[in-house]
Design a protein around this ligand. Sequence first.
Ligand SMILES: O=c1cc[nH]c(=O)[nH]1
Length: 460
Amino acid sequence: MNAIETSVLETTDAPISGIERFAIQPVPDYLKTVRWPDLFLLVSNFLINPSTIVIGGLAVASGLSFWSTVVTSTLGILTAFSAYIIMATVGVDYGITGQVACRMVFGIQGAKWLPSIMRVIASTYWFAVQTIVAASVVVAIRHQLTGGSYSVVWTGIVLASAQVVLALVGYDWLKQLSRYGFPIKIGGIGYMFWLLAHVAEPSYRPSAVLHFQEHTGWHYGLCAVWLNSMVAAWLTMITDAADFCRYTRSRGDMWWGTMLAGLLATAFSVSLGAYAGCASLGRESNPFSLAATIDPHWFTLGLILLVITLDETTINVMNLYTGGLSLTNFIERPGRFWNTLAVGVVSVALSAFPSLLTRLLPFTTFLGNLFAPLAGVLLFHYLFVARMHIDLPALFDPDGIYRYFHGVNVVAIAWCVLGYGFYSVLPTGALPAVLTPVVTGLGYLLSMRLLPHQFRQSLG
Ligand SMILES: O=c1cc[nH]c(=O)[nH]1
């Protein structure tokens, strides 16, 4: 039995959490059997989520046309996924989680602080945003059913709490739900397209939707805002990219499954929001609420409720999963279950703040500020410093080569801070979420190459 297998057996926490067999330990090769169609379904299931759908509507409301919204948003996700799949290769090749892989770059202690905490922030934020979108749909449906007014905040808190409980005690059940729920989501969204296209008002006709705002629709500044925001939103997954591919059979399976999902699922989700935005002449960005208003029959309302619940649950289980795993990387002792619960409690509390959705752009800018430099350092280190080679036992050895300076790669951290500043001064038109990883990564690489070896060992 080698060191990795020993560490797997010694620290596996399966019986307590029931979340997954291998917490932060490498998955052995014989368990890597997942093919690209499964990964395609998994990633598509994440991408077809409430916030991606509503972003389509928000982009139209801000002045983009249907086509510019779809193209810009899809390009944004494909850009973020180009970085994502490089770090996901770590999961395929080595079977480790992204957070553990970060130790190779930031040092065993450094990875506990920077990427772990950052992903906990991103997970709790996204959990809350998804919940707020779903809560506003539930409120709209209840209004249609009873005529009363209900609180988005309280509805959000109830929804969020139910999801935390489900994610903690029903992981196996949820896995089945996300697999069998996927066709329901696709069918339900297809039905909503059909519903919107058959409203007897001229603005709802497909031809009107496709030509809405066609004159202002390709304004560069606006396209840049939404493209940048999409890149920033999904770069937050880079520290966890490896997690979803630890059971994948080959790099090819991962690349195809992930990128195809990025293209098709994003275009599909964003189109629904954009359709609602255009049809309502920019007044309603949430297609679920719009559909509930235009066809308040029990069948439509029931289907919308089912789709939004499935949509929100799938993505928020992922947010809790990554948040819990990141916290476990930061403090291992409480275990996956308690860490996930802690992330869940904070996420529920944040779900009481609808301004997290109304101020989506400033918040995604902030996340971009954090994650874009980190992505650059991670990518350039993995590709050009480590040349895609990881010393697995050293990831778990406090005195191994990833010790750096007292467990921290100071050069990597310094470049993340510099990159944060660089992102902050760039105008949105310069696409900071795209430019910052390149500049920060190059700066880091140069430092690692030019600093004398002795100095690098002591600092980084
Ligand atoms: O829910 C979401 C949305 C975008 N990115 C995430 O990590 N989670």
